[in-house]
Design a protein around this ligand. Structure first.
Ligand SMILES: [Zn+2]
Length: 82
């Protein structure tokens, strides 16, 4: 068979072993660490809280809007139904 087998498979070269890295600073992690140090752990929880707060604010805003719409519909509906 004249099937040329390349010495270097580019795809195998492009897939380096996955090294877990700190999501905060990007430094490589050891063992089962999820962040590299206490500083990054604090930063991670701070970011998580900020994200949560942001989401809560969004939900609250949407709920307020939804309630306003509901009230609008109710008022309009009750007046036209009556
Ligand atoms: Zn870190």
């Amino acid at each position: 068979m004249d099937d040329p087998i390349p010495d270097l498979l580019p795809e195998s070269v492009r897939t380096p072993p996955v090294i877990p890295s700190c999501p905060i600073c990007g430094r490589p992690l050891k063992g089962k660490q999820t962040v590299c140090c206490g500083k990054c752990r604090i930063e991670r929880s701070r970011r998580r809280e900020a994200k949560q707060r942001e989401r809560d604010a969004k939900v609250r805003l949407l709920l307020t809007e939804a309630l306003e719409l509901l009230n609008e519909g109710k008022e309009r509906g009750s007046s036209s139904d009556y």
